[in-house]
Ligand binder design. Structure first.
Ligand code: GLP
Length: 241
């Protein structure tokens, strides 16, 4: 894994956006894996700013998001559909039919998971997957204990993850208990992975990832096995490494 050290969240966001833009500019066809949460917001802001100023086009880009809460309608302010529209899709020219997010209100969620993997395969897989890091080492919503062999599946969220995400909801009780997430195998099949980590709160998780052995109790540890991972992390996040 290659680690790029940056000063702070602002620098991390700029660096990540530039890495994404390089691929957007130089590919005829590009499939991006996208993430939600607090970490990539600044990266998306840079992409929007660039689109306004430099007219970078996303007509040739297809996207697949990592995850979505089960039970939240796409119009729900806390759904990842809403997040992606607000933070990126509404502000760039990516065609709507080329953006994919698991449907958390699908009647048959298992079918939805199978279809999602199928669609990723039909696009020849993900070229660049953007990832954040959960405090407990989750990637997407793959919680500790998830098999490294999983494809897209339904998960029960741990209390720790629901607590970490409660800041986006009115109360802890409103945080859904389940989600659909790309599996660890799905993520590992991406040709390239860009992991963003910022802040002291993530420092022990990042230290465990960089120094630790590979273990399903810490899902992100599997990234040690991927041939093309870049971690962009700020000083605060790297303080325990
Ligand atoms: C969330 C998301 C992940 C995200 C991670 C870190 O629960 N499901 O995709 O990367 O946890 O979130 P944050 O960036 O807000 O710290």
């Amino acid at each position: 894994m290659k680690v790029i050290t940056v000063n702070d969240y602002a620098d991390m966001s700029k660096k990540a956006a530039n890495m994404i833009l390089e691929r957007v500019h130089y590919s005829k066809k590009l499939t991006l894996g996208l993430a939600t949460g607090g970490t990539p917001v600044g990266t998306y802001e840079h992409l929007i700013k660039d689109h306004k100023e430099n007219k970078t086009s996303y007509q040739h880009v297809t996207s697949f998001n990592l995850d979505e809460y089960v039970g939240l309608d796409p119009s729900d302010r806390n759904s990842y559909h809403y997040y992606m529209n607000e933070h990126l899709f509404n502000h760039i020219d990516i065609p709507e039919q080329q953006t994919h997010i698991p449907n958390g209100i699908a009647e048959n969620v298992q079918q939805e998971c199978n279809d999602y993997d199928q669609k990723i395969m039909e696009c020849d897989g993900i070229d660049l997957q953007l990832l954040g890091l959960g405090h407990n080492g989750h990637i997407g919503f793959n919680e500790p204990g998830t098999s490294f062999e999983t494809t897209t599946h339904v998960v029960s969220l741990t209390k720790a993850t629901r607590e970490a995400n409660a800041r986006f909801f009115n109360s802890f009780d409103e945080v859904p208990t389940q989600a659909i997430t790309m599996g660890i195998q799905t993520i590992m099949k991406s040709k390239e992975i860009l992991l963003l980590v910022s802040g002291k709160k993530k420092s022990s998780a990042l230290a465990r990832l960089v120094n630790g052995e590979m273990d399903t109790t810490f899902p992100a540890s599997i990234l040690n096995k991927h041939a093309n991972v870049t971690i962009v992390a700020d000083h605060d996040a790297l303080q325990e490494v």
